[in-house]
Design a protein. Structure first.
Length: 319
């Protein structure tokens, strides 16, 4: 069993909550957090969607039993022309399984406060995961066993904020504050200047591009400018509510700049993965290979959405 390090898990949690990092804006104030009636309907406390399995046909006309159909991680990936299997549907099962095991051990609830804050109950305990788990028949009872006895912490306010804009849920992460909190949780509060350094870097397109180029990642201006726009203005997430589930996600159109092959035949995502490969533990190289399946099949991808599968709790002390 792998016991994941806290810093690695915090990075995963931050990326999952915001999909891509977004930091605070010094000019921000509570006025832009006040949601319209549609946005107010989103306010509340959410738990993670439960893991469910069943039959799923991802090729050859033969439904596979025991496929992970839903879980904490939401992914809808369809590559209908790949043969003999629909690669998107097949890989989606694996992604839902892996993150359906990991996320519930890190994140318990997320609350969209009426004042625009986002708070969460989270755990910094070590996470238990082994790739052999994916070959087993997964179940919610298995997840319940993994999260039993974990210590849950309540995040402070002002780590992240949300607002409703043009039908999108805009999420802004205060990277400086989040990194400081993560360091405090791991007993390294004297390194809080790291957050300021990251925030400064994310605010300078030329500096960021220069650093990535030095690492061998010639990322397009479109990708850099889009990500930095999300840094400044927030990540525009889609919200869909169906059958008691609330899906918060990014779609194919929003991610096209990252996964689509450039004029050199390589996607910006692949360039970034290669540049950061030396920082990724050897135990997780299988995950890297799986992630690279996304750009490798992007040209034949018709549907692609990734995010969180949440269920709104009926009782919430804040509302």
């Amino acid at each position: 069993m792998l016991k994941m390090k806290r810093k690695f898990l915090w990075m995963a949690l931050v990326l999952t909550m915001g999909i891509f990092s977004a930091c605070s804006d010094d000019d921000d104030n509570n006025d832009n957090r006040i949601a319209d009636p549609k946005g107010l309907a989103w306010a509340g406390t959410y738990g993670l969607g439960e893991l469910t399995t069943g039959e799923l046909d991802y090729g050859s006309g033969k439904p596979r039993d025991g496929a992970v159909l839903s879980g904490a991680f939401y992914i809808d990936w369809d590559t209908p022309t790949t043969s003999p299997y629909n690669m998107g549907k097949m890989q989606g099962i694996i992604f839902r399984g892996i993150l359906g095991i990991i996320l519930p051990q890190v994140l318990n609830t997320v609350t969209l406060e009426q004042d625009g804050n986002i708070t969460a109950r989270y755990s910094s305990d070590a996470v238990t995961f082994d790739f052999s788990m994916i070959s087993q028949t997964l179940s919610q009872s298995m997840i319940n066993g993994l999260i039993a006895g974990r210590t849950w912490l309540q995040s402070p306010a002002d780590l992240a904020s949300w607002s409703e804009q043009s039908g999108k849920l805009k999420v802004k992460l205060n990277v400086d504050a989040i990194i400081k909190q993560a360091l405090e949780d791991s007993g390294n509060s004297d390194n809080s200047e790291i957050g300021s350094l990251v925030s400064s870097l994310l605010g300078d397109a030329h500096q960021l591009k220069a650093i990535l180029n030095a690492m061998g990642a010639d990322v397009s201006d479109l990708t850099i400018n889009t990500l930095l726009d999300w840094v400044k203005n927030g990540v525009p997430l889609n919200v869909k509510t169906e059958n008691g589930h609330t899906y918060i996600y990014l779609d194919k159109g929003q991610l096209d700049m990252l996964f689509k092959a450039g004029t050199d035949g390589t996607s910006d995502f692949s360039k970034l993965m290669k540049a950061f490969s030396s920082f990724i533990p050897q135990d997780y190289q299988m995950v890297v290979n799986m992630l690279n399946m996304i750009p490798n099949n992007w040209e034949v991808t018709e549907v692609f959405s990734i995010g969180l599968d949440l269920t709104k709790m009926l009782i919430n002390k804040n509302f």
